[in-house]
Write a protein that binds this ligand. Structure first.
Ligand SMILES: Nc1ncnc2c1ncn2[C@@H]1O[C@H](COP(=O)(O)OP(=O)(O)OP(=O)(O)O)[C@@H](O)[C@H]1O
Ligand SMILES: [Mg+2]
Length: 814
């Protein structure tokens, strides 16, 4: 109903042709003179029902008048060539048209006339009779030549097939056409129905209207239909090909664009593009080093092309976030005031002179040479000697940030250096993560427990650390994840270890080792009074008047309730006492302030954990006390020997390492070969099995330094002489009975003092190591440097008051 040509009645293409109801009574005879309706389109064929709209008042009058009489009109197409002329002349009309019966007529609101027509027959316009009030013309009803031969039948069935195919390919055509296609019997009507459905030009349609030879018309319709089908099929082929060729990316792009459009329509802003813009701005503002800036820019370009909902997008986004979060150039300003720094260090820790001095020196040089590289310190010492807390304190003194990572159990190189981004969930290594946490590129970076680094098939983390800890290399540290170099040269690395022996040698070589070998009881007392007690008091919400310790009480805590080189257990026991006092205070039981005395400890903490067990354990023959260096600093070690009838030789237990086992065999061989000196029956070893055990059986032990002690234990066993309980020994032996020097003298001596030992037997060549031992310790101990095993054995068998053979050599410190 879109045709509204004002100059002529404008029948327009409607919903499509319809077959007239065959049950309807035949239309009345067609008169010789008909009202002529010129139409723009040639759509009405005989047998079809078709709606038209009439705008021109003249033609409206015509139809209305005809409605009152025979209801017949003649429809004639306006020739193409006549288009646009002011006044329509009779010769502008095609001479063949359709006579039609007006089925229905109604006025629209706009004043148009809607008319439903049924085509009746092809008619020829023979001449115009009147023009006013509407055009009338003389017509002749045309007869078609239609025989129903086999060719016509074949043509019809071919036509039906083609048309069915056409309907399949053009979903826009009404479905009823399919039913009509099957049901129309008349060849002429079938041809006309199809023509009216085809997309043909007006002259072509007119030619079909004017064609009275039905067979010929059928052929021509077949050709036209085939042509249209070809076009449609080609179109659908091209369509599916193009669809196939649209690769995934393009489709995604297309869909995303659509999504964008939908969002924009809904008034939602596009989050991801806002996000990317912001990211870009921030990255520019960040001032990345050249290489990093380039990598970030590249990644950003990739990000822009990604689907924000994809996993890849998140990965890329996270990567760029790392660039934003890392302190590429951010730095804190150092406190370069030496006195102030020293004061802070002293406030936090007692003694530790060597380390404190080193830090002050660093500061001094740093003032003279502002761009100096950070030193790499390694603090080695038993647990609880203040390594970690010293690191924090150094950071405080220098006014730098502090980060700490523990390397204990790190086996994988990737933990240090990160995973490549191709791995799912990849992250930078711990070094880069630590720097992000620090937020400045010059923090104090503590690598705790470097001696407990592991190594396995996943690579050697120590090799990655080599790069980190080498001032020559670490200005261009490369993390697998980051892929661009990061400058670590401003970082001050401090590593810690309990034992330096297990630090990979190339690493050890790069570091400046500062030993913290443990505290004497005297030092512990000082630290407890100045640091531990005030700190614990505060942590338990107590006031100075609520709790104080007498020196004797602290000493008792140290000797009877802890046995350690460091301070951890002491601090724990002090906390224990504080909790007790806090409970009393809350219960209102603690009225007046009273200080903790040694006698109170039993009530608060229970029985002492460490009474001197040495006397009890060494009373039978066959037990000797050795000194060892362990993870926990120095310690005493009981070596037990026993024998039973038999001739199997030697059994060794207590998780001994190879070196220690060999050392035990050497000790046995030595004793066997010197039986006469010991006044023992020559047959003793033929009749006895010897069993040597070193508790605690669960702790692995190794090293040669127990040789003298093992020889002494066996000698004690076979002679029946108990070893004196206040004596401990250390030293390696040779098969010939020479005593060789060993390591860790200071730690061993401190441990002996802690255990209440009075006499220490040590290799003569270790005598000079005693210089490291604090005088307060030396004054309570007697040292016996020996060159041969016999001397050690003699000392061990001597009565506590008896003279020693090495009296003149025994050093008693002032
Ligand atoms: N010289 C000291 N002055 C004051 N307090 C100290 C001193 N040495 C250690 N401490 C205190 O002892 C406690 C244990 O110290 P820290 O945790 O630093 O030990 P560590 O050497 O790191 O031990 P580990 O090897 O087991 O890690 C801390 O509370 C620390 O403050
Ligand atoms: Mg620590």
């Amino acid at each position: 109903m879109d045709n509204s040509d004002p100059k002529s009645p404008p029948p327009s293409p409607g919903p499509g042709p319809q077959q007239g109801d065959p049950n309807q009574p035949a239309a009345p005879e067609i008169p010789e003179v008909l009202a002529v309706l010129p139409v723009n389109e040639v759509n009405l064929f005989p047998g079809m029902i078709f709606p038209i709209i009439i705008v021109d008042p003249r033609f409206i009058t015509a139809v209305q008048e005809r409605m009152a009489s025979d209801r017949m009109v003649g429809l004639f197409g306006i020739r193409e060539e006549s288009g646009g002329k002011e006044k329509l002349r009779p010769e502008d009309l095609y001479d063949v048209g359709t006579a039609a019966y007006v089925l229905k007529m109604s006025r629209s609101e706009q004043g148009f006339l809607q008319v439903l027509l049924q085509g009746l027959a092809r008619v020829r316009l023979m001449g115009i009779t009147t023009l006013e009030p509407y055009i009338k013309g003389r017509i002749q009803v045309l007869k078609e030549e239609a025989d129903m031969d086999r060719e016509v039948q074949a043509l019809m069935s071919n036509l039906r097939q083609l048309f069915a195919r056409l309907l399949e390919l053009s979903p826009a055509l009404p479905r009823e056409l399919g039913i009509m296609n099957q049901n129309i019997d008349s060849p002429s009507m079938l041809a006309d129905m199809i023509v009216s459905a085809l997309n043909l030009k007006k002259p072509e349609k007119q030619a079909f209207l004017a064609n009275l030879n039905v067979k010929d018309r059928l052929k021509k319709v077949s050709a036209a239909l085939q042509r249209e089908l070809d076009i449609l099929e080609l179109g659908s082929k091209i369509h599916s090909e193009i669809k196939g060729k649209l690769d995934k990316g393009q489709r995604e792009f297309y869909l995303r664009e659509q999504l964008k459009a939908i969002r924009a329509e809904l008034g939602e802003t596009d989050d991801s593009s806002v996000e990317i813009d912001e990211l870009e701005k921030n990255l520019e503002a960040k001032g990345l080093p050249e290489e990093a800036a380039k990598a970030a820019k590249q990644e950003l370009e990739r990000l822009k092309r990604m689907n924000p909902a994809s996993a890849e997008y998140t990965v890329s986004r996270t990567y760029l976030d790392w660039f934003l979060d890392l302190p590429w150039s951010e730095e804190t300003k150092d406190n370069l005031d030496l006195d102030e720094a020293r004061k802070i260090l002293d406030d936090d820790h007692y003694d530790l002179e060597k380390v404190k001095k080193r830090i002050i020196q660093y500061l001094a040089v740093r003032r003279l040479k502002p761009n100096m590289k950070g030193p790499i310190l390694c603090l080695v010492g038993p647990p609880g000697t203040g390594k970690t807390s010293l690191g924090r304190s150094i950071a405080r003194a220098l006014d730098r940030r502090f980060v700490r990572i523990s390397l204990g159990g790190v086996r994988d190189e990737a933990e240090i250096r990160g995973h490549r981004r191709t791995y799912v969930g990849a992250l930078p290594g711990r070094i880069i993560q630590g720097l992000k946490k620090a937020g400045s590129r010059n923090p104090i970076f503590m690598l705790d427990e470097i001696d407990k680094l592991g190594m396995d098939f996943r690579g050697d983390p120590s090799s990655a650390l080599l790069e980190v800890l080498d001032p020559e290399q670490n200005s261009s540290f490369s993390d697998h994840y980051l892929e661009v170099e990061f400058d670590l040269s401003h970082v001050m690395f401090i590593t810690t270890a309990n034992l330096w022996e297990t630090i990979p040698p190339p690493l050890l070589d790069r570091m400046e080792v500062l030993a913290l070998s443990g505290y004497t009881d005297e030092e512990k007392l000082g630290i407890a009074k100045r640091y531990l007690i005030p700190r614990q008091r505060e942590e338990h919400g107590l006031l100075a008047k609520d709790i104080s310790f007498t020196d004797a009480a602290v000493k008792r805590l140290i000797s009877a309730y802890t046995r350690e080189a460091g301070l951890r257990n002491l601090e724990r026991e002090i906390a224990n006492v504080c909790r007790y006092v806090a409970t009393e205070k809350v219960r209102g039981k603690r009225k007046k302030a009273s200080s903790i005395k040694p006698g109170d400890l039993q009530k608060i903490l229970g029985s002492p954990h460490f009474e001197s067990e040495v006397r009890a354990r060494t009373s039978p023959a066959g037990v000797a006390v050795g000194l060892a260096v362990t993870q926990a600093g120095g310690d005493i070690l009981f070596i037990e020997a026993t024998s039973m009838p038999g001739s199997k030789g030697l059994t060794l237990t207590g998780q001994l390492g190879d070196v220690m086992k060999e050392s035990a065999m050497a000790a046995v061989s030595y004793v066997r070969s010197h039986l006469d000196g010991l006044k023992v029956d020559e047959d003793y070893f033929n009749k006895h099995d010897i069993h040597l055990h070193i508790p605690a059986g669960a702790t692995p032990k190794d090293g040669p330094s127990a040789g003298v002690t093992m020889a002494t234990a066996i000698a004690s066993l076979i002679t029946g002489h108990p070893v004196r309980p206040d004596l401990a020994m250390t030293g390696e032996i040779t098969l010939r009975g020479l005593v060789m020097p060993v390591g860790g003298i200071k730690e061993k001596v401190l441990a002996a003092a802690r255990a209440g030992i009075k006499h220490v037997v040590l290799p003569a060549r270790n005598e000079r190591d005693l210089d490291d031992v604090p005088d307060t310790i030396k004054k309570d101990l007697t040292f016996h440097p020996v060159k041969r095993v016999e001397e050690a054995i003699d000392l061990a068998f001597s009565k506590p008051t008896a003279r020693t053979r090495n009296k003149k050599k025994a050093t008693k410190a002032a």
